[in-house]
Design a protein around this ligand. Structure first.
Ligand code: 0RA
Length: 641
C-alpha cells in the first residue's frame, strides 16, 4: 500500500463523526470492560495500540511507555506524528477529532486498516474521556504542536510550541479518580502485555520505564525473531525435544497475514496460543481450527508415508500431535469478527482455509527437510497415542466402577449435610491430624472436610492413566463430583467453595501449588470461575493477660507487639509451625469461621503467565524454581497465578 493511499485513508475527512464522549463517562464499563485494575491498564494499551499501528504501517520503530511519579502515563513514538490538518466539516484539527469524538479514527472510516485495536478497540477519545488530564504533543512539519484535554473535552486549542526536525507523537494521560476505583499501575501487568506486543510485532521496540519513587526500573522489549522468540520464551524452563523452532509466515495480500511458530517439549500438556490482530483469542476460532486440522493431517500423512504408522494402526488424534507442543498462531486481518462469551473467538471463516493450507505446506516441508527432528516428534506423538489408549482403558475402568462419578463418596471425606452446592464448601486439609481438628471444629451443615495425606502427585510429570491411579486425586474428583478433563461438568460440582488449607510453611506452599497445578490442568473452569480459595491460618498466637490475639503475617505481629508494649505485663508468643498445633476450637475461630476468616481467592489472570509459573514451579529445573520461590515468597498473600 503506498503512503499516499495510507494518507488518504487516514485523512481527516475519512473520520466519521458519530457522537460525543458523555456516554463513555456515564457507562465506562461498556467501553473498557471494568473500572477496576484491568480497565485502568487497558487505557495504556489503547494508546500503545495506536503507536503499534503506526509501526505496522512501517513508519515507527520505537515506542516508549513511562509510568510517572504521579501515576500518569506517557506513551511516545517516533512515527509520522498524528495528523493536524483541519477536519473539513468540523473545522477543527484531526488530532482534536481523534481525542474528543467517540469512534473517531481510521477504524471507522471506510478504508481504515487498523490492526491492533485492543479488545475493546475504542481509541484515544475514550482514554481522554476517562482521564482528568490528557496532553498530546506532535512533532510534524518541522514543528511541535500541543493540545490539552480533560474528561473528554478540549482545554486548549492546538498550539505550536516549538520546532523540531523529528517526527512523532507523545501522549500523557492521568486516569480520572472519579472513574477508577484505584489508580495504581502494576509494572508487571504492563510488562507482560508490552512484551507480548513486541513478540507479536517483530522488530518493534517497546520500552517500559517506571519512574515512581521506590519502584524505579526499566525494561526493553525488542524481538527481531518475533513469535519465534515468544515460543523460546515460553519454553525457557522446559526441556525441548528438538533443536529448531518451526516457523513460517504468509502475507496473502495487504489484508491477510498468518504467522506460526512451534516447538515440542517433553511435557504432557499443550500450550497453543492464538492471536488475531494482536488480541489473544483464548476461545480459539477459525484460525485455530485451521491450524489444528492441518497439524493432525500433516503428522498422520507423514507417519503413514514413512511407516511410523502401519496400515492397520489407528490414526493419531489431535491430542496426540499436540502433546508437549508450544505454539503461537498469529493472524492479522481486516475486519476481524470477535465472537463467543468473552469476545475472544475469531469468527472470520475465510481465515480457516488460509491458515490450514499455509500450515499444511510449510509443516510438511519442514518434516521432509528435517527427518531427524521429524522422527523425534513422531516418536513423541506415537508414545502419546499409546498413553492415550492406556488412559482410555483406565478411565473406562474407573467409569465402569463408578469411581469418579461421585456416587460413592470417599471414605475419608466428612461431608456436609447441606445439599445446595452454592451454600456448601469443602476444605482440603494437609495431614490427618489437622484434618481431625477441622472435622471437630467445622460447621457440619455447610463445611465438608477432606484430609490429604502427604504429597499430592505432580501432574506436570504424569499422564492421565497414572493420575487416575492416585488415591488422593481420585478422592478429590469423587468428592467434587464434577469429573475432569473432557468429562468435566461444572453443573455437578458439589461445593462452590473449594478451600485449600495447608501449613504456612514451605511444604504447605508446595502442596498448595501441586493442588493448583492439578486444578489448572484438569479442572480449569474451577479456577476461571473463582471456585478455588486458599485458607489463611494464623502465623502467631499472642497472649497477654486474659486476651488472646492471632496474627497472619510478620508485619501484623510487629504492629500488635508495638501496641501491646504500652501495657503492663509480658506477652507470650507462639509461632505456629503447622495447623496441627491448633486445637479444633482455635482452628475454627482463626481459619474456618465465616465471620473471622480471610480466604484468598485464586484467580487466573492470563494463560501464558500461568503456564510459565506452573512449569517453573513444577518442572524439573531446580534453579528457576528456587528463584521463583525467593522472588515471590513475600507475596504469598496475593496468590494470583
Ligand atoms: C493517521 C495519519 C497520520 C498519522 C497517524 C495517523 C498517526 C497516529 C498515531 C497515533 C499514535 N501515534 C501515531 N502516529 C501517527 C499521518 C499521515 C501522514 O503523515 O502521511
Amino acid at each position: 500500500m503506498s503512503a499516499d493511499v495510507k494518507q488518504q485513508q487516514y485523512d481527516a475527512e475519512q473520520i466519521q463523526v458519530l457522537e460525543g464522549l458523555d456516554p463513555v463517562r456515564k457507562r465506562p464499563g461498556m467501553y473498557i470492560g471494568t473500572t477496576g485494575s484491568r480497565g485502568l491498564h487497558h487505557l495504556v494499551y489503547e494508546i500503545v495500540d495506536n503507536s503499534v499501528d503506526e509501526a505496522l504501517a512501517g513508519f515507527c520503530e520505537t515506542i516508549s511507555v513511562t509510568i510517572q511519579n504521579d501515576n500518569s502515563i506517557v506513551v511516545e513514538d517516533d512515527g509520522r506524528g498524528m495528523p493536524v490538518n483541519l477536519h473539513p466539516k468540523l473545522k477543527i484539527p484531526a488530532v482534536e477529532v481523534i481525542h474528543t469524538v467517540l469512534h473517531a479514527g481510521g477504524k471507522f472510516g471506510g478504508g481504515g486498516y487498523k490492526v491492533s485495536g485492543g479488545l475493546h478497540g475504542v481509541g484515544a477519545s475514550v482514554v481522554n474521556a476517562l482521564s482528568e488530564v490528557m496532553e498530546v504533543e506532535i512533532k510534524r512539519n518541522g514543528k511541535i504542536y500541543k493540545q490539552v484535554y480533560s474528561r473528554g473535552k478540549t482545554l486548549t486549542p492546538l498550539t505550536e510550541i516549538g520546532e523540531s526536525r523529528k517526527n512523532g507523537s507523545k501522549t500523557m494521560f492521568k486516569p480520572d479518580p472519579e472513574i477508577f476505583e484505584e489508580i495504581y499501575f502494576d509494572f508487571e501487568t504492563l510488562e507482560h502485555r508490552l512484551r507480548e506486543m513486541a513478540f507479536l510485532n517483530k522488530g518493534v521496540k517497546i520500552t517500559l520505564k517506571d519512574e515512581r519513587e521506590g519502584h524505579k526500573r526499566a525494561e526493553v522489549f525488542h524481538y527481531e525473531g518475533g513469535i519465534r522468540e515468544f515460543v523460546k520464551h515460553q519454553n525457557k524452563n522446559k526441556e525441548v525435544i528438538h533443536p529448531d523452532i518451526i516457523y513460517f509466515e504468509l502475507k496473502k495480500d495487504d489484508m491477510h497475514e498468518v504467522e506460526v511458530a512451534m516447538q515440542y517439549t517433553d511435557r504432557y500438556n499443550e500450550l497453543v496460543l492464538s492471536y488475531a490482530n494482536n488480541i489473544n483469542t483464548s476461545e480459539g476460532g477459525a484460525h485455530m481450527i485451521g491450524f489444528k486440522s492441518a497439524l493432525t493431517r500433516v503428522f498422520n500423512d507423514y507417519a503413514r508415508r514413512n511407516k511410523f504408522l502401519k496400515e492397520n494402526d489407528e490414526a493419531l488424534s489431535g491430542e496426540d500431535v499436540r502433546e508437549g507442543l508450544t505454539a503461537i498462531v498469529s493472524v492479522k486481518l481486516i475486519n476481524p469478527q470477535f465472537e463467543g462469551q468473552t469476545k475472544t473467538k475469531l469468527g472470520n471463516s475465510e481465515i480457516r482455509g488460509f491458515v490450514e493450507t499455509t500450515t499444511n505446506e510449510n509443516l510438511t516441508a519442514f518434516l521432509e527437510e528435517n527427518p531427524s527432528q521429524a522422527r523425534i516428534i513422531l516418536d513423541k506423538c506415537l508414545r502419546a497415542a499409546r498413553a492415550r489408549e492406556a488412559a482410555r482403558k483406565a478411565r473406562e475402568l474407573t467409569r465402569r466402577k463408578g469411581v469418579l462419578d461421585g456416587l460413592t463418596l470417599p471414605g475419608k471425606l466428612a461431608d456436609c449435610s447441606e445439599k445446595d452446592p452454592a451454600l456448601s464448601e469443602i476444605f482440603l486439609v494437609e495431614g490427618d491430624s489437622a484434618g481431625g481438628s477441622a472435622k471437630q471444629g467445622r460447621d457440619r451443615k455447610r463445611q465438608a472436610i477432606l484430609p490429604l495425606r502427604g504429597k499430592i502427585l505432580n501432574v506436570e510429570k504424569a499422564r492421565l492413566d497414572k493420575i487416575l491411579n492416585s488415591d488422593e486425586i481420585k478422592n478429590m474428583i469423587t468428592a467434587f463430583g464434577c469429573n475432569i478433563g473432557e468429562d468435566f461438568n461444572l453443573e455437578k460440582l458439589r461445593y462452590h467453595k473449594i478451600i485449600i488449607m495447608t501449613d504456612a510453611d514451605v511444604d504447605g506452599a508446595h502442596i498448595r501449588t501441586l493442588l493448583l497445578t492439578f486444578f489448572y490442568r484438569y479442572m480449569t473452569p474451577l479456577i476461571e470461575g473463582g471456585y478455588i480459595y486458599a485458607a489463611q491460618p494464623p502465623l502467631f498466637q499472642t497472649k497477654k493477660g486474659k486476651e488472646v490475639y492471632y496474627t497472619y503475617s510478620e508485619r501484623e505481629q510487629e504492629k500488635l507487639l508495638a501496641q501491646l508494649a504500652d501495657k503492663p505485663g509480658k506477652a507470650s508468643i507462639q509461632r505456629y509451625k503447622g495447623l496441627g498445633e491448633m486445637d479444633y476450637h482455635q482452628l475454627w475461630e482463626t481459619t474456618m469461621d465465616y465471620n473471622n476468616r480471610t480466604l484468598i481467592q485464586i484467580t487466573l489472570d492470563n494463560v501464558t503467565a500461568a503456564d510459565d509459573i506452573f512449569t517453573t514451579l513444577m518442572g524439573d529445573r531446580v534453579p528457576p524454581r528456587r528463584k521463583f520461590i525467593q522472588e515471590n515468597a513475600k507475596f504469598v498473600k496475593n496468590l494470583d497465578i
